[in-house]
Design a protein around this ligand. Structure first.
Ligand SMILES: Nc1nc2c(c(=O)[nH]1)N[C@H]1C(S)=C(S)[C@@H](COP(=O)(O)OP(=O)(O)OC[C@H]3O[C@@H](n4cnc5c(=O)[nH]c(N)nc54)[C@H](O)[C@@H]3O)O[C@H]1N2
Ligand SMILES: Nc1nc2c(c(=O)[nH]1)N[C@H]1C(S)=C(S)[C@@H](COP(=O)(O)OP(=O)(O)OC[C@H]3O[C@@H](n4cnc5c(=O)[nH]c(N)nc54)[C@H](O)[C@@H]3O)O[C@H]1N2
Ligand code: SF4
Ligand SMILES: [Mo]
Length: 871
């Protein structure tokens, strides 16, 4: 297929792989989406979330106009109010009485504007970002080791390596296109080895030659053991370490490591040490299983130490590789969006750096010390030190640890502004002023992916309603605060050019981030900008860092950091389980966008708890029942998924559900605000919790063509084709099921009802003009009906089918969705594997098309093949 003439080349707004996207108008107001074959990150591939972008553009639910105290207002009134309240607060209580909490999903231009306003004009560094929850430990680790926050390598290093180690990374689900590149590389060179280190057996493990189910939190022990082995087995690169400080002390600390603490067998451990020490071309990829820990920075440095000792860094096929989560996590770090950073990778605690930036900005009042990091920032909101707060492009009432406490803190703040593209989120609910931001297809600017590649996001649709770009909103407020001439941009190209010019100043001060070749960029050239790797300066353009042994510390050397491993917060008799949290394949964070797509909601439509069979038995938790999970911070109710993918004592729950989709499924209400003392990053992967059965008096399942408004103790709502579904449960029966159902669906009609008193089952169906409008199924046990079949009855004429609740003979139940691209369910794959005696993923693809597009589901198909082979 050839892209249409009107096709826009842009970039996916989800993960840090940063895939190029071709968007072309579909003629009905939407967009057709394809992978951009010319983009170096993905060469035409997209994962299922990227492919489904066209399904998430619906304007329903968008915030279309500013609101003040819930009432629609003009832009002028809203901006005047924001500027006045911030100015008054600063005048009365000083610059540190206000704060911005921003996001790695802002574009670089937006981010630059926010950082400039706070650090140079308001004169405080109280700007922090959700990257604190995400990349802060990597940033701290990089800065300690290299002197700057530099990702040394490139994606192609994963393809060129002979050994790829993935630790704390579920790459198959979280960076699917990069994972597919790795899969292809391993297929082409089967001698390549892949090791996955994760307490959980994830989809990523299907590619692994070796899966190390490490004891939670023990990565620093493992990498210390590796460093000691590197020293003992003569794998140290003597030439390279003449450029590295701290070698002896670091080796000394590493030799203390106790293999037993890893929880790994001596054999597995030995195999890992052999592979790593014996392979020159090794890449160690790491992500949130490393970063989100109370000793995340030390874990990062334990990994970097091994690459520094061996000199395996910054050369083809070698290096540590921190994969970034958000589309512009890197851009945010470049502009200095973290409270302890300055623009262009400069250091806020360095007076020379501060005055250089101040001069460049002609800034009246530079921040002189680091500001509050996310967890501390919300504590300062709670105790009234922060009196005015502006949240942009993030949903902290859901995603912060101690989420209930954070929500209460925001609710109690004197003045809260939220910029979002969506009207109803758990955070927008708490705002005094709501500012409508343009969404992905409407925005124009740049993002930087995990390998330092800067790509354009280009506008392909008109803004929804009165939505405005984030940079413009920030500049409008800055102007009203009296700094108009410094924020007088009329388009993002001007901001980009300013940032590039500032990076030249930074480069001369020794910063790695220098794109000063673009300082004079014209709007035209900006619009035509091809994806490129930074730096781009007269001194260096693109490529890798550190292969030459030159680093950014004042003496030009790297530092190895001695690491004494610390165990995660210990569990107790009251909270004996350690809860791990993370992501699912088809949803993005708090689901404000992916939740709109029925296709993306079919893979996993409900919050759940993966728990080991032994724990489930001990707790009396049966399959598909509900569990009440509690910590000192809060309580959640989650669907029980019994599986030996997780280890006993270490259950897992995904992070995506919210007050809009499943209020009792918000896992961050359980996570304590425990942070890494170096990076301030919360330990989101190890909350001590207690688990008990949720004693449901009834379970329910509902479908409706219209909205569903549940009120029961447990509910989880998801989009389905042509409407909505909800899983429900309650602790006591309502007085009248008919009234309950009417309230649930907002309908007044008389439903058709089947009541099986012996079984305790009740079924109610609402018909409108002969077609099924809504139905509710109640049982004393978890409702064991085919969801996909019932969903397919909506709008149909056969109420009897619905009330019978079983698939018609002509419509077999395809089961839970595996391949979201071609709509292939688990039952169909299982039966086809059996009937056609299929043995490979490609054969399944040939038979059903499953797995042949984005490839995200190939690990699951492989698992189904394996279980069929075992049966
Ligand atoms: N589908 C999807 N993709 C996404 C996102 C999304 O929301 N949905 N979000 C994006 C963002 S912002 C981010 S930051 C990335 C995150 O990408 P990842 O970090 O890959 O994802 P997570 O699921 O958070 O966690 C990764 C793994 O760490 C493991 N882990 C937990 N504790 C430990 C430990 O002590 N040691 C080790 N070695 N592993 C441990 C978990 O079991 C989990 O499998 O994903 C990005 N991509
Ligand atoms: N327990 C636990 N907690 C975690 C994690 C974990 O692994 N475990 N992971 C953490 C990590 S790594 C991350 S990155 C965070 C993510 O957490 P959040 O950042 O809170 O999650 P999102 O849903 O991505 O929130 C983005 C918000 O911005 C809005 N938005 C989208 N585009 C735009 C735009 O262009 N402009 C504006 N103004 N708004 C926009 C969306 O509608 C949405 O409300 O969660 C963190 N929390
Ligand atoms: S891997 Fe998927 S989510 Fe990530 S950038 Fe590419 S298409 Fe988007
Ligand atoms: Mo993230």
């Amino acid at each position: 297929m050839h892209p249409a003439v009107s096709t826009i080349r842009t970039t996916c707004p989800y993960c840090g792989v940063g895939c190029g996207v071709l968007a072309s108008p579909d003629g009905t107001g939407g967009l057709n989406i394809m992978g951009d074959p010319a983009h170096p990150a993905n060469r035409g591939r997209l994962c299922v979330k990227g492919s489904a972008l066209g399904e998430t553009l619906d304007r329903q639910g968008r915030l279309l106009a500013p609101r003040i105290h819930g009432r629609e207002a003009s832009w002028d009134d809203a901006l005047d109010l924001v500027a006045a309240r911030f100015a008054e607060t600063i005048a009365e209580h000083g610059p540190d009485s206000v704060a911005f909490y921003v996001s790695g999903q802002l574009l670089t231009e937006d981010y630059y504007a926010a950082n400039k306003l706070m650090k140079g004009f308001i004169g405080s560094a109280n700007i922090d970002t959700n990257s604190r929850l995400c990349m802060a430990s990597s940033v701290a680790g990089h800065r300690r080791a290299f002197g700057t926050d530099t990702v040394p390598g490139l994606y192609e290093d994963l393809e060129q390596a002979d050994l790829v180690v993935l630790t704390g990374s579920n790459l198959a689900w979280c960076h699917p296109v990069l994972f597919q590149r790795l899969v292809a590389a391993k297929e082409a060179r089967p001698e390549m080895r892949v090791v996955v280190i994760d307490p959980r057996r994830t989809a990523t493990c299907d590619l692994a030659d070796l899966h190390l189910a490490i004891a939670p939190g023990a990565d620093a022990v493992l990498f210390n053991l590796l460093l000691a082995a590197i020293a003992e087995r003569g794998a140290v690169n003597q030439y390279f370490i003449s450029n590295v400080n701290g070698f002896d002390a670091t080796i000394h600390a590493a030799r203390e490591a106790d293999p037993a603490a890893t929880g790994l067998s001596a054999e597995d451990l030995e195999r890992f040490l052999d592979l790593w020490t014996g392979t020159e071309k090794v890449v160690t990829v790491y992500s949130q299983g490393i970063n989100q820990s109370e000793s995340g920075s030390d874990k990062v440095n334990a990994i970097l130490n091994c690459h520094l000792a061996t000199g395996r860094i910054g050369r083809p096929g070698m290096g540590p590789f921190s994969v970034t989560g958000q589309p512009n996590a890197m851009g945010g770090r470049e502009v200095g969006g973290l409270a302890n950073m300055l623009a262009c990778h400069l250091d806020i605690e360095n007076a020379t750096h501060r005055s250089a930036v101040q001069d460049f900005w002609a800034a009246p009042r530079m921040a002189e010390r680091p500001g509050l990091k996310a967890v501390d920032m919300f504590r300062a909101v709670e105790d009234g030190r922060i009196k005015a707060l502006w949240i942009m492009c993030t949903n902290p009432a859901v995603s912060m640890p101690e989420a209930d406490r954070v929500a209460r803190a925001i609710a109690g703040c004197d003045f809260v502004v939220v910029s979002d593209m969506v009207a109803e989120t758990d955070t927008t609910r708490l705002a005094h002023v709501l500012l409508p931001a343009t969404g992905w297809a409407e925005k124009d600017g740049t993002v930087t992916n995990s390998e330092r590649r800067i790509s354009r996001q280009r506008r392909s649709m008109a803004p929804a309603g009165q939505a405005r770009d984030d940079w413009r909103i920030i500049a409008d407020v800055a102007t009203r605060m009296g700094w108009g001439e410094h924020f007088a941009w009329t388009n993002p190209a001007q901001i980009y050019a300013e940032h590039a010019a500032l990076s030249g100043v930074a480069g001369r001060l020794g910063s790695d981030f220098d794109i000063s070749s673009h300082a004079g960029i014209t709007r035209d050239a900006y619009d035509r900008l091809e994806p490129f790797l930074w730096p781009q300066s007269p001194r260096k353009s693109g490529g890798r860092f550190f292969g030459d042994g030159r680093f950014h510390h004042p003496d030009g050397k790297a530092r190895m950091i001695p690491v004494t491993p610390r165990a995660p917060q210990s569990v107790s008799a009251e909270h004996p389980y350690r809860l791990n949290t993370g992501r699912v394949r088809d949803h993005w964070h708090t689901m404000t966008r992916t939740g709109i797509s029925a296709r993306l909601s079919r893979h996993l439509a409900e919050p759940y708890l993966e728990i080991h069979p032994r724990d489930a038995e001990a707790l009396g938790l049966s399959v598909a029942s509900l569990a009440r999970v509690s910590s000192p911070e809060g309580t959640a109710i989650l669907r029980v998924l019994v599986t030996d993918r997780v280890a006993p004592g270490h259950p897992f729950a995904p992070i995506h559900w919210t007050g809009q989709t499943a209020p009792s499924g918000r896992v961050d209400v359980l996570v304590p605000g425990v942070t890494d003392p170096v990076s301030g990053q919360p330990a989101s992967k190890s909350a001590p919790v207690a688990i008990a059965p949720f004693r449901a008096a009834w379970y329910g399942y509902a479908i409706s063509a219209g909205p569903i408004i549940p009120a029961s103790a447990y509910w989880a709502r998801a989009a389905i084709e042509g409407g909505w579904q909800a899983e429900l449960a309650g602790e006591a029966d309502p007085e009248c099921w008919m009234d309950h159902a009417r309230a649930l669906f907002g309908l007044r009609d008389e439903p058709l009802t089947v009541h099986d008193r012996a079984k305790g089952q009740i079924r109610l169906a609402f018909m409108r003009e002969g077609r099924l409008q809504a139905a509710l199924f109640i049982a004393r046990e978890p409702v064991g009906l085919s969801r996909s079949h019932l969903g397919s009855l909506l709008g149909g004429e056969n109420a009897g089918d619905a009330l019978a609740g079983r698939p018609g003979g002509d419509r077999p139940d395809h089961g839970a969705l595996v391949c979201a691209c071609f709509n292939v369910g688990v039952n169909l794959i299982r039966s086809t594997i059996g009937a056609q005696r299929l043995t490979t993923v490609d054969e399944v693809g040939a038979a059903l098309r499953a797995g042949t597009n984005c490839g995200s589901c190939r690990p699951e198909i492989k698992a189904l093949l394996a279980s069929a082979a075992r049966a």
